[in-house]
Write a protein that binds this ligand. Sequence first.
Ligand code: ADP
Length: 247
Amino acid sequence: EPKTGPLLELRNVHKAFGGLKAVNGVDLTVPVGSITALIGPNGSGKTTLFNLITGTGGAHTGEVWFDGERIDRLSPWARAHRGLGRTFQVTRLFKSMTVLENVVAPLESFSPRVLASGAVAGHEADRARELLSFVGLGRFESERAGALSYGQQKLVELAQVLMLEPRMVLLDEPAGGINPGLVDRMAEIIRAANRRGITFLVVEHNIPMVLDLCDPVFVLARGEVIASGQPGVIRNDPAVLDAYLGE
Ligand code: ADP
């Protein structure tokens, strides 16, 4: 498969909450194989866009295309089945379940298989273990998820979404609230997953991380894309500096 062309595309997307135009005519293309960033000040519409992409954002105008198919009328479940995964700004792990159980848990909603209490089936457990070691948490598989640090929980959530074999993952602030020492490791794991063929769209406030990790970068302000392109270009764009200084 060629590593060119769009995997995800938004075309003239608008979303209003009452009189507030949260997203106002956004065009955005995520190239297949890329780690694309979506940055912007608080309230600029990043979360609203994520929700529209995954299908939890309610009615909007404009089109969302994924892998050559228009998906904006599909349920969140149907979109996930087509290979669109996401993580959340605040992790949604089952804190009292083990790390391994958490990684396997999403498969339940994908198949009628029931997770037996404590017992994770062989093949799935093997894959979950492989992913846990991929994110560097192999030795924590039997710990309660709630006992891990916040950054480690974010890594468990990443393993969890990778378990569904997505083509693309939306990452909501992967470095947000985590130990600074873990930020580089998080970036390295995202890069490694990208090398395995997963395309990413990343919302992140850690701008140095974004500029190092992502290409292209889209900058939102007041619901509109005010700049987009390679990180080196974005870094020096006066409109971008202005949007952040005006926060
Ligand atoms: P960001 O993720 O960039 O911080 P959001 O997408 O959360 O921005 O918000 C964009 C704008 O839409 C903000 O002004 C926010 O207050 C508003 N907004 C978001 N969700 C809702 C909602 N459910 N109801 C009303 N206003 C909302």
